[in-house]
Design a protein around this ligand. Structure first.
Ligand SMILES: Cc1cc2nc3c(=O)[nH]c(=O)nc-3n(C[C@H](O)[C@H](O)[C@H](O)COP(=O)(O)OP(=O)(O)OC[C@H]3O[C@@H](n4cnc5c(N)ncnc54)[C@H](O)[C@@H]3O)c2cc1C
Length: 496
């Protein structure tokens, strides 16, 4: 829809409208979050009429059943460059040379069709190049941005499902003389889950409306929505499982077979886990969001704090930074964020005033981080992560307050104010704790231990277990025997 030519749309959209499945193939064995090592290639045939596609794609959702696949592949470097760009192609699975070599199965998403696709000298008509040569990665990013608005909605729906199951169970399950929902430890989880579910819904509502209006570049908000709802959705599913106790861990079929209520909580948990990995893992989302926040500073003053920059570059940066920050920095301190501002938000106004103060504080802290770490800030992922998490909570607080105010004007949805208030209180505590941790933390010590761990300094800690090395041998033996079935359980192997 977005990138196809009129001719491509005429050829393929009717098929899709009639139910043809489509897929999107970017990932390869060596290409996960980073597309740098992409090895699938497309070269023009000698007569120039076709692109010849070769390579293998991993984990293509819908791949085994799709009729049409958008495949990312490297195309030849343009003249004067040795960088082979990535381009996107529409590939029909019926064409010679397209095969599904393996159907993957996962911890969750058991209904998902997903597989490895191999392309051997597939002849793609030249006109099936999508958008322009070399624009594949940009296309993938734009496509992912749209996906990032859908996933928060799935996560919010999952959280609502968890609420429904827990409301019934926490009321009806009686232990130690009272329903478990009235024991404080469980009530704390229920309160948090309810406020978080409301927050997820509010964030979906806000980002969807921003997108629909067409007036905003919502890349950042969509990324935050994906990151925040996938992580909060996971916490919610985890709490729901805990509240269900042993029945949370037992699967739906087993519960049903013995006549117990078959709430599929363990399935929810398994299904929710992947949301933090695909369509941009949490770590990559934090980097993406942080880069947007820090890049504007680095563009203006980066050379000033870069020890490798020349004197000339430093002087130019000094002038640029002088002009910019003489206005910018003081305004990150000034602002009217005390009562009676936001009075129309009633009791939630104080939270909105906090959002405003904390936003300015975050802007200052981001600037301080750049001054302190210079270009190395890019590598301080834990610091950047805290900056992003503060910003995310501030956005969600705003979404929650807006929604509560709107719902407050209707009579049938009562208590939105209470949910918004609880969410904002929890978020404020997180934010207040994260600010001092920006520069006072154990990041370097933790990094040091991780490096020593990678250098095998702590091998002694792994003694006496069934070694993962043994699993590797088992897989190799299975492949040699032409089978991937599990063999006999392994005997413990001494690991030193
Ligand atoms: C069920 C399922 C469906 C999928 N569907 C599709 C599909 O339809 N099409 C498709 O193309 N792909 C698909 N994928 C692939 C998915 O998008 C990738 O799993 C995802 O991009 C992450 O890549 P990876 O698993 O190779 O992890 P890697 O990139 O190898 O990362 C491993 C870990 O390292 C972290 N990491 C990586 N780089 C950094 C960094 N710079 N800084 C900090 N941490 C980092 C990651 O966050 C992750 O925690 C699917 C995967 C699954 C499991």
């Amino acid at each position: 829809m977005k990138f196809g030519t009129e001719e491509q749309k005429e050829r393929y959209l009717p098929r899709l409208a009639k139910g043809a499945l489509s897929a999107f193939a970017l990932t390869e064995h060596d290409v996960g979050s980073d597309p740098a090592n992409m090895s699938t290639t497309a070269k023009l045939s000698d007569d120039g009429l076709h692109w010849i596609l070769n390579g293998e794609k991993l984990w293509t959702t819908n791949g085994p059943r799709a009729e049409l696949i958008v495949v990312m592949a490297r195309t030849p470097a343009p003249e004067g460059s040795n960088r082979k760009p990535i381009s996107a192609f529409i590939v029909e699975t019926e064409w010679a040379g397209v095969e599904v070599t393996h159907e993957c199965s996962f911890m969750g998403l058991k209904g998902l069709s997903n597989g490895i696709l191999r392309f051997t000298n597939v002849k793609i008509p030249r006109e099936n190049l999508l958008w322009d040569e070399g624009k594949g990665l940009k296309l993938a990013l734009i496509t992912l941005n749209t996906g990032r608005l859908a996933m928060p909605a799935f996560c919010a729906a999952g959280a609502k499902g968890a609420l429904e199951m827990c409301r019934d169970w926490a009321n009806s399950r009686v232990q130690w003389g009272r329903s478990i929902g009235k024991h404080d430890a469980i009530a704390q989880m229920l309160g948090k889950m309810t406020a978080n579910a409301f927050a997820m819904d509010s964030l979906v509502d806000l980002t969807a409306r921003m997108s629909d209006s067409g007036n905003f570049d919502i890349r950042l908000e969509a990324a935050i929505a994906k990151l925040w709802t996938s992580e909060t959705g996971w916490d919610t599913a985890n709490d729901a499982l805990q509240i269900r106790g042993g029945r949370g861990y037992e699967n739906h079929g087993s519960l049903l077979a013995r006549g117990d209520i078959p709430y599929p909580v363990e399935r929810h948990l398994r299904d929710a886990r992947i949301n933090m990995i695909f369509e941009g893992s949490s770590e990559i989302m934090r980097l993406f969001i942080a880069r947007e926040a820090v890049d504007s500073h680095l563009a203006i003053a980066g050379d000033l704090v870069n020890p490798k920059a020349s004197l000339g570059a430093k002087l130019r940066a000094l002038v640029r930074a002088g002009f910019h920050y003489v206005w910018w920095y003081p305004t990150r301190f000034l602002g009217w964020s005390v009562w009676p501002r936001y009075m129309k938000f009633g009791g939630l106004g104080s939270h909105l005033r906090f959002v405003e103060r904390a936003s300015r504080r975050l802007a200052r802290a981001t600037f301080h981080a750049m001054v302190r770490f210079g270009p190395k800030l890019e590598k301080r992922q834990a610091v950047l992560g805290r900056i992003v998490d503060i910003g995310s909570d501030l956005l969600v607080m705003t979404a929650v307050i807006i929604r509560a105010r709107e719902l407050g004007e209707t009579t049938e949805k009562k208590g939105a104010d209470a949910l918004a208030d609880l969410f904002c209180r929890m978020a404020r505590r997180r934010i207040t704790a994260r600010f001092p941790a920006l520069f006072n933390n154990d990041d370097s010590t933790t990094y040091g231990v991780a490096r020593r761990f990678l250098d095998d300094d702590f091998l002694w800690l792994e003694e006496g277990i069934v070694s993962a090395e043994a699993y590797r041998h088992q897989a190799e033996a299975a492949i040699l025997a032409g089978s991937t079935l599990e063999t006999e359980p392994l005997e413990p192997v001494r690991t030193t």
